[in-house]
Each structure stands twice: as C-alpha cells, then as structure tokens.
Design a protein around this ligand. Structure first.
Ligand SMILES: [Zn+2]
Length: 307
C-alpha cells in the first residue's frame, strides 16, 4: 500500500488576482519540492474528481451550493467576501478540491491506499454550512469526513487542524456532532477570532499566543490533541493540513518549522495504526511562504509514505 497524492490541474487555474497570497504557485511549489526531494515517484498520483451535489450537501445547505454555482463568473472576478473571490476556473477548482477528499476516503477505505494527501485549492476549513470566507468556498475536509461517515458507514472520525487559523467552518459544521472529534492548534487572538468561547464537547482547541514555536506546538499536541484522539479511538483521521504556522510564513506569527510537521504526522500515524488501520486523509489548507510550504509538505508526505 502507498500514499495517494491527489490533485488536479483545475486547482491551478483558480486565481483571485493581483498579489493574493492564496495563489496558484502554491501547488507548483509543492510539486517542485516533492520532485526535488525524490519522493514524487513513491506516491500514487490521482486526479481529483468533481464532488457531486449530494456529497456537498452533506456539509452545506443546498441553497448555498446553488448560490455558488449561480455566482460563478464567465469573465473576470466575483468577490464572495473581502478575502475570497471566484474567477471562471474557480467553480471547477472548488468542486475538485472537495472531490479530492472524497476520492481520498474511497481509496483509503478500499485499501488501495494506506493514506492520502490532497494537494488542492481553494482551501476549505473556514467555509461554514452556508458561507464562504477566508479563501474557502466549500469545506473540503468536512465533505470528506461526512463521506466517510455517511457513505462508508464509519461511526467515529477525527479531524486534526494545525493550520495557523482556527477552522471555524469545520467547527460550524460539526459542533455537537458526537461522531466527530475536532482538535486544533491555532494562533489566538487572530483571524477568524473564534474557537475559544465555549466550544462544544467534541471540539478540543488549543489557542497559542503569537510567537509560539515548536515547543508550544508539541506540548499542545502531547497534552491535548493526542490524549483526546486516544480517548476517542477514531476509525479515520483527517488532517486540515495548513502550513501557515511556519516561522517563514508572514501570514501569521507562529514559529513552527517543517520538522514539527513530520513529528506531528508520526504521532497521528501511530494513532491511526492503533485504531484506524492506518487510515489518514490529509487536505491542504493554508501555507503561503512558498518554499516553506513545499518543504513542510515534503516532511509530512515522507512520514505518511513511510519513506
Ligand atoms: Zn490558515
């Protein structure tokens, strides 16, 4: 068994214009670094399919999906919020970003792949049930997790979100859902300024102050995230894999390094081996310093693929 690497050329065509940090070059930087590191040939490469409306409707209001389809432009840019826009390629990119996670779940459940990494954009974890925000259109990880629960019949799945921003959209979709444990580490106070006020019983959040680095990240994992995962015994682990807490990333003010992502992946893989036959589906979220992003994904993939 191997690690699936799921992406699609359409995800490179979604472009929010100008100098937007959530840019197509992010995926090229990942491709370049996995080639340079010599690991590309060790991965199973797959093209992301389009998510269907039935798959999206598990996480989103049907009216919201209709509205996104209706607003998608034939020319130019349409803004969904001050940070998030669609060009003529964005609808396909968003559907394939969500579809990547669905394929990842199918590959891992069938045993064709041990785990999967979805190198996709737009990211997803800020998208709520009925609202796009923070560069996100559909909540890719939520669509994937619900596919595992409702199509494959799993009873318990966990979502680990180590993006520097709180995954408010994922929390919106799963808050109070006993089938899902969400545990996350993020900078606080910081966009989207959520995740700390009375979260639901299934949300285990660790807000970190600006300036926190490897030590604080690893302590948060060891003291909160990993114990919560061991208590929950997930049948599949999803990772909202944002790499914008890296010290070189100027989007935020945390100071993680790429070896932290390898360390965290190792610990999550051990828990997945214990309870979930190794099943992990990781989905790219943020990460805007292109070299650091590519190097961090290499570290993450090297552990996932057992290289
Ligand atoms: Zn982020």
């Amino acid at each position: 068994m191997a690690t699936a690497f799921i992406t699609h050329a359409a995800c490179m065509k979604h472009d929010m214009g100008g100098h937007h940090p959530e840019c197509p070059e992010r995926l090229a930087a990942i491709d370049d670094q996995i080639i340079a590191a010599g690991i590309a040939s060790h991965l199973q490469h797959h093209e992301a399919p389009l998510a269907t409306d039935a798959q999206l409707e598990r996480a989103h209001d049907p009216e919201y999906i209709k509205a996104i389809r209706a607003v998608a432009p034939k020319h130019g840019l349409v803004h969904l919020d001050p940070d998030t826009a669609m060009n003529p390629a964005s609808l396909e990119a968003a559907l394939r970003a969500a579809g990547a996670g669905v394929l990842g779940v199918d590959l891992v459940m069938s045993g064709e792949s041990e785990n999967a990494f979805c190198s996709i954009r737009p990211p997803g974890h800020h998208a709520t049930r009925n609202r796009s925000m923070g560069f996100c259109i559909f909540n890719n990880v939520a669509v994937a997790a619900l596919h595992a629960l409702e199509h494959h019949g799993l009873e318990r799945v966990a979502i680990v979100d180590w993006d520097v921003h709180h995954g408010n959209g994922t929390e919106d979709i799963f808050s109070g859902d006993a089938r899902v444990l969400m545990t996350g580490i993020f900078q606080h106070p910081f966009y989207p300024y959520s995740g700390t006020d009375d979260p639901a019983f299934n949300m285990k959040n660790v807000p970190l102050p600006a300036g926190s680095g490897s030590k604080q990240f690893r302590e948060a994992m060891e003291h909160v995230c990993l114990p919560a995962l061991n208590a929950f015994r997930p049948q599949m682990i999803f990772i909202s894999a944002g790499f914008d807490a890296h010290v070189e990333d100027e989007m935020a003010m945390l100071r993680f390094v790429e070896s932290d992502y390898a360390w965290a992946t190792k610990h999550l893989a051990a828990i997945a081996d214990e309870y979930a036959d190794g099943r992990i589906v990781a989905m790219l979220e943020g990460g805007y310093a292109l070299s650091a992003l590519g190097r961090s994904v290499v570290q993450h993939l090297t552990v996932l693929a057992g290289l």
